[in-house]
Structure formats: C-alpha cells, structure tokens
Design a protein around this ligand. Structure first.
Ligand code: NAI
Length: 248
C-alpha cells in the first residue's frame, strides 16, 4: 500500500539513527534519495548502503542547504519529499544553558527547517505539490527535564508544521510532523553522556514502558514513509506521536 516509486526525497540527518533508517526505507519503497548530513564519513557510508546519493550539509548554514537542494535538482530533477530530520540536543535547564548552545540548537532544529523548506516549497509548487515531514519530539508537545532549548525548539517545529501546512496547502504541499518518543539512536547515548549517566542506565527502565521497550529508528521510519506517501494524501498539519504510549 505504501509506495514511493518515482518520488525524489531529500533527508537531513541521514547519516545515522532515524534519518538513516528512513532513507533506507524510502529507497526500498522506490524513491531516489539524497542523504544530507554534516558527518561526511558516516553519510557517505549510509548512502552507499542504501543506494542513495550523499551531500555534506551543515543544516545550520544557508549556503550548505542551498547546495543540498541544488544537488537534488541536478541529480534527480527536483524534490517531492523533504524530511527535515537533523537535530541536536543540549541537556541543560534555563539556568545552565549558554547563549551559544541556545543559538546552535535553534539553528539546527528550527532555522534549518525554515531555510530548507523555503528553498524547496517553490520547487514543489511549480511541480504540482509535495510533502514535507518535520521531526519534532514528544518533548515538543509536553516538555521534558533539563532540555530547555531542545523543548523550545521542538515546540517551534510542531507549530511551524501547522503554519506551513496552512500556507502551502493551496499548492498541494502537505506538511506533517512526526514526534518520536525515546528511540534507540546515538542521540540517547549523547544525552546520557551530557547528563553524566551510563547509557545502560538510560535504557534500564525500557522494560517498564507501556509496550515493554523504547522505539527503534525503523518504528519512526515506517511512520514517516506512510506520511510521505500518497496513502496519506489527506493528512496535513498533523502532529503524529510515535512513542509506544508514552516514553518520556
Ligand atoms: P542521531 O544523533 O542518530 O542522528 C542525528 C543526525 O543529525 C546525525 O547523523 C548527525 O550527524 C546529524 N546532524 C547533527 N547536526 C547536524 C547539522 N548541523 N547538519 C546536518 N546534520 C546534522 O539522532 P536521531 O535520534 O536519529 O535524531 C533524529 C531526529 O529525531 C532529531 O531531530 C531528534 O531531535 C529527533 N528525536 C529523537 C529522539 C530519540 O529518542 N532518539 C526522540 C525525539 C526526537
């Protein structure tokens, strides 16, 4: 039922975790995939593994975003699906965070979505439509402990999604947000590191979750693939939580 044949997809944060799993599934479902990431080594490998094309792109830099979109146009002829997924976290309260960390989290998690979507929307509109999927977070809806910039940024992603869906619906562009709960990727290990905890302790309570586990990148990828496909033709402005009934 889910088919991405003929679709041209640009995935950010595609070198690892949710982005990599989604790029792989997009390719499996027939899409041409451009994998964009700041990490060239892992990004090149991921592109090789999934049969896509890699472009180095620091999404916090407008010039890199322009280059990524240019690459999609020159390699594939356009973009039908944009997965704005690259993200970072800083585990700090409002009393602990530095201005620089705040600005970096906002640049990667929020401004990049504005920049990339702003570049891609006119292409999609000229081509009769498209789909933008943004990665939010459960913490973008309900907040979370010691992650003030992250929670603020993901709250912005959630509401940008709704606003973009309203603005660009008339051009047949759907905009949706997927909000993962705790998902087994490098980000969780990085959070454990920032909090001075062992990653094992971080995962220890997974069995107490409602479904007895935390998410896998593939759990999120399958939802993104559905949202990106024509099977979700009337889903726009939606904020879709994928968290196994609450894992925050
Ligand atoms: P990850 O750390 O495995 O992947 C993030 C990717 O983004 C990495 O490949 C990294 O190199 C890339 N990246 C970081 N900064 C970048 C930049 N400036 N430009 C381009 N690429 C950059 O983590 P994960 O979990 O796959 O994260 C993907 C998205 O999922 C993020 O937006 C994250 O906030 C979100 N998320 C993750 C959750 C989790 O529990 N893992 C929960 C909720 C949301």
């Amino acid at each position: 039922m889910i088919d991405l044949q003929g679709k041209r997809a640009l995935v950010t944060g595609a070198a690892s975790g949710i982005g990599r799993a989604t790029a792989a599934l997009f390719a499996e479902l027939g899409a041409q995939v451009l994998l964009a990431d700041v990490d060239s080594e892992r990004g090149e490998q991921a592109a090789k593994d999934v049969g896509g094309v890699f472009v180095r792109c620091d999404v916090s830099r407008r010039a890199d975003c322009e280059e990524a979109v240019h690459t999609a146009v020159s390699q594939f002829g356009g973009v039908d699906v944009l997965f704005n997924n690259a993200g970072i976290i800083r585990r700090s309260t409002v009393c602990e965070i530095t201005d620089d960390d705040w600005d970096l989290v906002m640049a990667v998690n929020v401004r990049a979505i504005m920049v990339l979507s702003g570049l891609v929307v006119p292409l999609m509109a000229a081509n009769g439509g498209g789909v933008i999927v943004n990665t939010g977070s459960g913490w973008g809806v309900k907040g979370g402990a010691r992650a003030i910039s992250y929670c603020a940024s993901k709250g912005a992603v959630v509401n940008m999604t709704r606003a973009m869906a309203i603005d660009h619906g008339p051009d047949n562009i759907r905009v949706v947000c997927v909000c993962p709960g705790d998902t087994n990727t490098g980000m969780l290990a990085e959070e454990a590191r920032q909090l001075g905890e062992s990653a094992d302790a971080f995962y220890a309570d997974a069995a107490d979750r409602p479904l007895g586990r935390i998410g896998t990148p593939q759990d999120i990828a399958r939802t993104v693939a559905f949202l990106a496909s024509d099977a979700a033709a009337f889903v726009s402005g939606a904020v879709v939580t994928v968290d196994g009934a609450g894992t925050a």
